[in-house]
Design a protein around this ligand. Structure first.
Ligand code: FE2
Ligand code: FE2
Length: 159
């Protein structure tokens, strides 16, 4: 979290995790076979995507969905979150040594990059016009607390 955390907005808070998602997915698609590196990076990416999406759904998209202007971008973003969940599930169900594993990981990396690009260059701009300034700062605090909570949670216990 930056030093001036009281001043940061929901969008700055969200971007911090986006950078991690990009780095983990780029490294993941350079791994091969059932290696320690692949296992570790997959775990890191999966945890990051999960914690980010839970907190982002709850503290960006739900408030936006309550506005008419935010309805379309919210539906679009949530469908991409769902697409990422399905690819993560496919990767979880596939042996690390399976020759098809990397193809699914590449597809996930592509979807992640596309989604982040769309949020940062399109959805966040629109959301910035919809949400009041005070709310953007309050949501940053709530998002961040939820993100930290889920980053440390055992995901399988939620299923
Ligand atoms: Fe995001
Ligand atoms: Fe997202």
């Amino acid at each position: 979290m930056p030093k001036n955390e009281k001043a940061w907005t929901i969008f700055e808070a969200l971007r911090e995790s986006h950078e991690k998602q990009r780095a983990f997915s780029e490294k993941l698609i350079k791994t091969s076979g059932d290696s320690e590196e692949r296992r570790e990076l997959f775990e890191l990416l999966k945890n990051e995507l999960f914690a980010h999406a839970v907190a982002e759904d709850r503290f960006l998209y739900i408030p936006l969905m309550m506005t008419d202007a935010g309805l379309n971008i919210t539906r679009h973003a949530l469908s991409e979150h769902h697409e990422m969940d399905e690819l993560l599930e496919q990767l979880t169900q596939t042996e690390f040594s399976n020759s098809g594993w990397l193809a699914i990981a590449k597809k996930l990396s592509h979807v992640v990059h596309h989604h982040l690009e769309e949020e940062e260059h399109h959805f966040f701009q629109q959301a910035g016009k919809i949400l009041p300034e005070k709310q953007k700062k309050e949501l940053a605090q709530k998002y961040h607390a939820e993100y930290i909570k889920y980053l440390n949670k055992e995901k399988d216990s939620l299923v």
